[in-house]
Structure formats: C-alpha cells, structure tokens
Design a protein around this ligand. Structure first.
Ligand SMILES: NC(=O)c1ccc[n+]([C@@H]2O[C@H](COP(=O)([O-])OP(=O)(O)OC[C@H]3O[C@@H](n4cnc5c(N)ncnc54)[C@H](O)[C@@H]3O)[C@@H](O)[C@H]2O)c1
Length: 326
C-alpha cells in the first residue's frame, strides 16, 4: 500500500461501526491516507480492509511499529482505549481516541502524561463540535453577539436497537459524554448538577436508555441535557440532536434535522448528514491543524477529564438521589 510522501499515514485499531465513519472521513481528507487496520476478529478485519482498500496487521504491536504510519485511531470499545492509546503513543504515533476517552479520570490523565512524554498529540474523538454549525454557534457566544447566555439545552433522541445498546455502557456514559464536551465548548463548566435515568425499552440489558440532567453553570446560566436511545422523535422540528442557547441579545438552534437522507445510517433509522460531517471535519482538524500544524484540538484531554467528571457526577446524582457539586 503506497501513499505520497506528503500524506499522513493512518492506522485503525478496531474496525467496528464507527470505523465506517472514520474511513470515509480519511478518504475525504486529501492529506491523509488509511494505510491499514487491526481488528480483534480476523474475518471482520479482512472484510473492512477490503472495503476501505487498506491492509491488515496481524497484531496491534505490528500496526504501531509500521514506519508508514504517523497516526493511530483507537476505535475499539471503551474498556480498551487506555491500553491501545499508550501502545501507540509509546511507539511515537499521534493518536485520535474515540469517546468516552477513558473509563476513569485517572485513565485520561495517564494518556495525557504519555502524550507529553512522547511529544505526540492525543486528541479526544469529540466530533460533534467540529460541525460547521457548532463553529458558528461558538462564534456567537465568544463575540458576545448573544449577550449573556441564560440557558443551554442539548437534546438527543435516537432509537438504538437492544443488540447495539448492549455493546455500549448506558446513555449516561455513551451519550452524555457528547453533551458534556459540547456544553464545555459552548457555554462553560457546570458548578452543580442533578440527574435522573430510566430503562424503558430494553428487555434483557440493564443499561439506562434515557437520562436527563439539570445544571447550574459557573457563569450562572442554567442548562439541561436529555439523552435517549429509547425512541426516535418523529414530531415536527424534532429533537433528534438539538443544541439551543438563549442569551439576552440573541439565541441559536443547531439541529441534525437540517440535513436528513432517507436511508438508514449504520444503526440510525435515517442518515443524519451532520454526523458524517462532524467526523470528516474532526479528522481534517486532527491531520491538518494538529499533526501537521502542531496546533490544538478544539476539545483537549483536559476537556475530556472535565467531561468525565460531569458523567461521574451524573452517576453519583442518580445513585444518591441528590444534587452533586463539581
Ligand atoms: N463519536 C461518535 O459519534 C461515536 C459513535 C459510535 C461509537 N463511538 C465510539 O467508538 C468506539 C467503538 O464503537 P463502535 O460503535 O464502533 O462499536 P463496535 O462494537 O461496532 O466495535 C467495537 C470494536 O472494538 C473491538 N473490541 C471489543 N473488545 C475488544 C477487546 N477486548 N480487545 C480488542 N478489541 C476489542 C471489537 O472487535 C470491535 O471491532 C466506542 O468507544 C464508542 O463509544 C463513537
């Protein structure tokens, strides 16, 4: 497999569902090339490598020691992110690691130390904020165009079948991680929060399929999160993925429903164009701004630590039935 001297060579560790979005993103990034992948099951590895037109490696160690690779995407399940991220950083590769970045704050801190020691980038896969509409929203906040932000809402209602949800933690870890880094990017950190959760449509698995959170931010504004795998929202102007900020001088609404293709999108009932768009822009930022330009991700490992702190506070709030100070 050859790629030009100017291209950043990329390898994937893990070739599950999310690798489809990352492969398409790399294909759309002219300055990058997917060189190869490793996946735990060899059949899946061979099938995905054929469709992505890249090679396979027999072990993760063989992948990270290939000099043709500049960067590794860690696309496995949460429990394995730390080991593969450290393996790649210690081999001198830049890393993009899917969210949730780690299972604990201490895991993310270990990644941060390893990246600093290796002098390499370790970028969280915080894709939603790389969408163009998110950049516009943030610009309105930082320029003061919205005035003082009074309230922030992040809503997510996308049905996931039980066999898909079974591979993930519940929506608090799996989805509120997205909400947390989006809120940090757009409106800042929470001071305290209270959460509730329920399991409404799964027959066998115990994970929650809906969670809601109320927050008071350090700015004094209030915020609300909803994350649900239980049902799609078919109403007019649906809250599929919706971000709303209301300020004293203006307000914004960002919605996945502005771009919908009427075909299934991996595990979603429809294709939300912004989803692939966010990962395409994220990969381009990683390659061009971070790896080539030495710049920062829009959301860093420090943000991943704060997002993890928020997720863990939600879990404690549910378990103890009270408001948690952050
Ligand atoms: N950013 C997003 O919007 C988004 C969307 C979906 C998934 N994700 C994240 O991507 C990651 C993968 O999710 P997915 O949907 O592709 O899941 P998946 O179940 O389709 O794929 C997971 C992959 O991990 C591998 N794996 C599982 N256990 C392993 C182990 N012990 N050792 C080595 N490999 C192992 C599996 O073989 C599989 O290839 C998760 O962290 C998930 O949270 C992010």
């Amino acid at each position: 497999m050859t790629h030009s001297q100017d291209q950043i060579g990329i390898g994937f560790i893990g070739a599950g569902d999310v690798s489809l979005l990352h492969a398409e993103a790399v294909r759309r990034c002219p300055s990058a090339k997917l060189v190869g992948l490793w996946n735990r099951s060899r059949d899946r590895a061979a099938e995905r490598a054929a469709s992505f037109q890249c090679k396979t490696y027999s072990t993760p160690e063989a992948l990270v020691s290939d000099p043709a690779l500049h960067a590794v995407f860690v696309l496995t399940n949460l429990e394995t992110h730390l080991d593969y991220t450290l393996l790649a950083l210690e081999a001198g590769k830049h890393v993009l690691v899917e969210k949730p970045v780690g299972a604990t704050i201490s895991e993310i801190e270990q990644m941060k130390r390893a990246a600093a020691a290796a002098g390499r980038i370790c970028m969280p896969g915080h894709n939603y904020i790389y969408e163009a509409g998110m950049a516009r929203t943030r610009e309105l906040v930082v320029t003061g165009a919205l005035g003082r932000v009074i309230s922030a809402y992040v809503m997510y209602n996308i049905h996931h079948p039980e066999e898909v949800a079974a591979r993930y933690p519940g929506v608090i870890r799996q989805i509120l991680t997205h909400h947390s880094y989006m809120l940090l990017y757009l409106a800042g950190r929470p001071r305290r929060l209270a959460a509730l959760k329920a399991t409404l449509h799964y027959a066998r698995i115990p994970q929650e399929d809906i969670a809601m959170v109320q927050m008071e931010l350090e700015s004094g504004a209030l915020a609300h999160f909803c994350a649900s795998f239980a049902a799609d929202d078919y109403s007019g102007d649906p809250w599929t993925v919706m971000v709303k900020l209301i300020g004293t001088s203006g307000s914004t609404r960002y919605s996945y429903r502005d771009w919908v293709e009427t075909r299934p999108g991996i595990v979603h009932s429809q294709t939300y164009t912004a989803y692939q768009g966010s990962i395409t822009n994220e990969v381009r930022h990683f390659v061009e701004v971070c790896v080539r330009g030495g710049g920062e991700p829009l959301s860093t490992l420090d943000d991943a630590i704060t997002a993890q702190r928020m997720v863990e506070a939600c879990e404690r709030s549910v378990a103890e039935g009270r408001t948690i100070e952050l």
